[in-house]
Design a protein around this ligand. Structure first.
Ligand code: SOE
Length: 390
């Protein structure tokens, strides 16, 4: 495609599990549905196990492989490094790539600690002086219904934000014998439901409202303290053997929050909500109206306009599949619906356009740090039982 459409952007991706597969489909698809200023070339996939990374490269569409991320970062044909590894390696890979002059897309949460995230922001700011772009993968921002929610708030249709009610509910470890994967290991993941999925709703709440969380009071719980060590794990499921190991992260996180505009919020993240598979639910009540979204119905946004005649007012069910809605015109005719993977494609589109235009598309590493500070504040609050400022 590069020859056909013009300048290319050489991409190297590290990691090829669930997120690696999602990012790969985005790199493959974006230039085929969107007219990009630079054509992504899927040059190299990085992973430690030679046979496994070769098989993944073949399956996902990468041209070559490297078994060390340092070698991948050093390659002249790599202009952008896409970091899809567990959180414990985000900082070292992203910082090395930025210092080598490569653009970076880094999966969320940005890091496993505020200290690491601060170093990543410093590296991103230094790299930005040289025209290098760094973005963090809070992908759900790029669901069209979420974009519409943001627009309605920005246009003043919701008024002053009073309440944010945010939940991220999954159930993939509700079974007590679900195996111990890296997401349940603090040394790899940093935290549990809090950082893995709570981070998304923190980012979404701040993105949609345009405000920051300024204080929190949190509660963390680990219901199942030991699990079978994973012998085979891919995506969110797998099997374990007879050996058991400790769960070192939270299974569930809840917190109350204050927002910079004077509103208040409640947040919940859990992987123990039987029947809820990927329920990202956000309801916002403002002085002029309300919004409600649930990712399990991701093409819909519910909007209540308080200025309407109370006799006929009600939540309006907006099917966010019109060509006027963000990104949608590049896909299917109205009503034909988008899915999980489309937001990853939109992420690639915005990133590539930002690189070509010399802008720094959000969410930036600074946005990632803002979320990291909230995660850290929730952990400190849960430990002390007090109110904590991020
Ligand atoms: C696992 O909980 C997970 O894959 C998260 O890591 C993703 O960020 C989330 O979007 C889907 O669930």
């Amino acid at each position: 495609m590069a020859e056909k459409n013009g300048a290319s952007l050489g991409v190297g991706m590290v990691g090829y599990s669930f997120m690696g597969a999602a990012h790969s489909q985005a790199w493959r698809t974006a230039p085929r549905f969107f007219d990009l200023p630079l054509v992504p070339e899927m040059r190299v996939l990085g992973g430690r196990k030679p046979e496994a990374v070769a098989a993944a490269a073949d399956r996902l569409g990468w041209q070559s492989t490297e078994t060390s991320w340092q070698a991948l970062v050093a390659r002249d044909d790599v202009d952008l490094v896409d970091v899809c590894t567990p959180g414990d390696t985000h900082a070292e890979i992203a910082i090395a790539a930025l210092e080598a002059g490569k653009h970076v897309l880094c999966e969320k949460p940005l890091a496993n600690s505020v200290a690491e995230a601060e170093k990543m922001v410093a590296a991103a700011e230094a790299a930005a002086q040289r025209g290098v772009v760094a973005m963090v993968g809070f992908t759900y921002r790029r669901v069209p219904a979420i974009q519409l929610a943001r627009q309605l708030v920005a246009d003043g249709r919701i008024g002053t934000i009073r309440h944010v009610r945010a939940q991220y509910l999954q159930d993939w470890i509700a079974d007590e014998d679900a195996p111990l994967s890296w997401r349940l290991d603090k040394s790899k993941a940093g935290s549990g439901a809090l950082g893995d999925i709570g981070a998304h709703v923190i980012d979404l709440a701040q993105f949609i409202t345009g405000e920051r969380i300024t204080g929190v009071s949190g509660l963390l719980e680990t219901f199942v303290k030991e699990r079978p060590v994973a012998t085979d794990f891919a995506g969110l499921s797998g099997s374990g053997g007879t050996e058991r190991g400790p769960v070192t992260v939270d299974d569930a996180a809840l917190f109350l929050a204050r927002l910079s505009g004077g509103g208040i919020g409640s947040f919940e993240a859990t992987r123990f909500a039987h029947g809820r598979k990927n329920a990202i639910r956000i309801e916002i009540n403002g002085s002029k109206g309300s919004l409600a979204f649930d990712f399990e119905d991701m093409n819909l946004l519910h909007f209540f306009d308080a200025s309407e005649d109370p006799a006929t007012a009600g939540f309006r069910r907006i099917v966010v599949t019109e060509p006027q809605h963000a990104y949608v015109g590049h896909w299917w005719p109205a009503g034909h619906g988008l899915g999980y993977e489309h937001a990853f494609t939109h992420q690639v589109v915005d990133l590539v356009e930002g690189i070509a235009a010399g802008t720094h598309p959000a969410p930036t590493f600074a946005d990632g740090l803002a979320v990291q500070r909230v995660l850290d504040a929730v952990e400190r609050s849960a430990a002390t039982g007090g109110w904590v400022e991020p």
